[in-house]
Ligand binder design. Structure first.
Ligand SMILES: [Zn+2]
Ligand SMILES: [Zn+2]
Length: 255
């Protein structure tokens, strides 16, 4: 932790209570982990239960074999070997992602990364290199940073591996979230390519993003990495938006 980080993360919050990103209640004593008060942290919805190993869709089953895939993923297998998403993208996590994306709250990336690293360790997933989903430079200029990189770098540091911006966006694409599902894959076709001299061949990769919805961005990124010879690809995101064809997130948690 650098001196600046120490000041902004430890000293300042201890002196100045910060509001919880979700409910606005003041958090005292510097305990602003993930930007949420204790009560809101308790409301985070972990994605437990039986899920497709390819896209994370909840599956109604008593017990599935490890890595079991839904019909859609068996028909059109994603290039990544597995998808791990930690929480459902709904309150209060939406406020955290918004803070990371638009409010320059860098520490959120590091806190999310700590949770993701702990989960990957529990699942005994080993990787050599973390790669983040890129933004087009136009959007990067507007925002000043890439939120996926803000998660990927501390995640790699936690795991003792390197992080690389191995992918670039060759053209700006409309935000996936604004497009209907059927247009998302087309929106990304040819929009991602491998950076020259990005050494991914033979490596076990973590492909990092903040949120996944239909998984089409991860699919597109993973297929570029796979074509470049990646040995194994684990897509990992902080959040997953339940699809419109899926039961509500609240119910899937119970399964
Ligand atoms: Zn709160
Ligand atoms: Zn699936």
């Amino acid at each position: 932790m650098s001196v600046t980080e120490f000041l902004t993360e430890r000293i300042l919050p201890a002196l100045l209570p910060t509001p919880c990103l979700a409910c606005g209640r003041l958090i005292r004593g510097g305990r602003h982990y993930i930007g949420l008060c204790l009560r809101c942290r308790g409301r985070l919805a972990p994605l437990r239960g039986q899920r497709c190993g390819g896209c994370g869709r909840p599956l109604l089953a008593f017990r599935l074999a490890d890595g079991y895939r839904c019909g859609a993923c068996r028909r059109r297998p994603p290039a990544h070997d597995r998808l791990i998403a930690l929480w459902a993208f709904r309150p209060p996590l939406d406020a955290v992602i918004h803070g990371l994306k638009f409010q320059r709250l860098e520490y959120l990336g590091r806190h999310l990364a700590q949770e993701m690293a702990a989960h990957l360790r529990r699942e005994e997933i080993v990787a050599d290199l973390a790669v983040w989903v890129p933004l087009h430079w136009w959007r990067y200029l507007g925002r000043g940073y890439n939120q996926a990189e803000r998660i990927a770098r501390p995640l790699a540091a936690e795991l003792g591996i390197r992080a690389r911006g191995a992918l670039v966006r060759t053209r700006p694409t409309p935000a996936q979230s604004r497009l209907p599902r059927e247009r998302r894959a087309a929106n990304l076709r040819g929009a991602l390519r491998l950076r020259r001299r990005a050494e991914v061949a033979g490596r076990r990769l973590l492909l990092v993003d903040d949120v996944t919805t239909t998984g089409s961005t991860l699919r597109a990124a993973a297929s570029v990495l796979r074509a470049a010879g990646a040995a194994e690809i684990t897509a990992v995101t902080a959040a997953r938006t339940p699809g419109s064809d899926e039961p509500a997130a609240r119910r899937t948690v119970i399964w």
